[in-house]
Design a protein around this ligand. Structure first.
Ligand code: FAD
Length: 317
């Protein structure tokens, strides 16, 4: 098994797979790694806002197409969780010899690999509310993104679970589709800025604090139950508990962060010379289209960096 690759990509979602298509098509050796959870899109039953699919597309179908595309050009995709990434220069001399030619060493649950260039496209995990059936009803009344799924909730009664600015923002965005919205801090202290609280008040969106126990229904959400044994009719539940960072190992590389997002320049490059980042890990808007775009700009810059030369846009010539 090859130990040193031109490019290692952490993540096989839209950002990582786009990076893999571009770099493998440029005939670089590419290893793309994914953890058992996979992309957030594995759980998405219907994507209605991605270019080229007027009838919508299932998340897993889009991912399988992307994998087929990347492997067609020679990218190797492996299911191995990345545990850490380190610069070769900080490793003991013996290790440095083993990965000669690499700049970064990626440690997975099974093996260590060297990379000349690393693309971090590890996405952002959804923070669970610990609510019974919350993932079962994904795409059937439970959602995490108003920009993606808001239109499904027209004139429906919806609860936004979350105590911070994210919850307030989602509620306000959703108010263009329905006026029947409640923000529920779900047992947490309210931690949104006064400005966001004021905006909720102006929109007459109430804030309650009741721990949700479960979400129930048939083909769509119909009812929420509470820890106190009561229940209430609702037709929608948005999880807006903030996004837990999937980038802990990025911190181990000493990457500059902006909150829970990895900071990148206009080429998708991080503060480390041989490390790029793309997709949800680099921040909002956390959407497929933006992740694909990020993957493109990072891959082009990686190719330039590994090959030398400069990408010239046809309009600049
Ligand atoms: C319920 C839901 C509905 C959505 N609907 C839409 C929609 O309709 N339209 C839209 O544009 N966007 C939608 N989104 C957002 C969209 O899913 C993301 O913006 C997009 O998937 C981000 O792509 P990404 O490549 O950055 O990360 P992801 O697609 O999340 O992929 C992350 C990859 O990193 C891998 N990974 C993470 N950690 C490790 C590790 N330690 N080791 C190895 N691999 C690792 C994962 O296995 C995965 O392959 C939705 C999201 C959710 C949760």
């Amino acid at each position: 098994m090859q130990k040193v690759f031109d490019v290692i990509i952490v993540g096989t979602g839209p950002a990582g797979l786009t990076g893999a298509v571009y770099t493998a098509r440029a005939e670089l050796s590419v290893l793309a790694l994914r953890d058992p959870e996979g992309s957030n899109l594995e759980k998405v039953a219907f994507i209605g806002n991605y270019f080229g699919f007027p009838e919508g597309v299932k998340g897993p179908d889009l991912l399988r197409l992307g994998e087929k595309h990347a492997t067609k050009y020679g990218a190797l995709i492996k299911s191995e969780e990345v545990l850490s990434c380190k610069e070769l220069s900080v490793l003991p001399a013996k290790e440095q010899k083993k990965f000669s030619g690499a700049n970064i060493v990626v440690k997975t649950q099974r093996a260590d690999y060297g990379a000349k260039a690393l693309l971090i496209a590890a996405g952002m995990q959804i923070r669970s509310g610990g609510i019974e059936n919350e993932f079962k009803y994904f795409g059937r009344g439970v959602a995490v993104c108003v920009a993606c799924d808001g239109p499904f909730f027209k004139k429906k009664k919806v609860m936004i679970v979350g105590a911070g600015n994210l919850a307030a923002n989602e509620a306000i965005e959703l108010s263009q589709f329905t006026k029947d919205i409640v923000v529920n801090t779900h047992g947490e202290e309210l931690k949104m800025d006064a400005e966001w609280e004021k905006r909720l008040r102006e929109k007459k969106i109430p804030i309650v604090n009741k721990r949700v126990a479960g979400v129930h229904g048939n083909s769509w959400v119909e009812e929420l139950t509470y820890m106190d044994g009561t229940s209430e009719r609702f037709e929608g539940l948005f999880l807006a508990l903030g996004t837990a960072s999937a980038t802990d190992f990025a911190r181990s590389l000493g990457l500059e962060m902006d909150g829970n997002a990895i900071k990148v320049n206009s080429h998708g490059q991080t503060n480390l010379k041989n490390v790029w980042a793309a997709g949800d890990v680099t921040g909002a808007p956390r959407q497929i289209g933006k992740s694909v775009g990020d993957g493109v700009r990072a891959a082009i810059n990686m190719i330039e960096s590994l090959r030398g030369g400069h990408y010239v846009d046809h309009r600049e010539t």
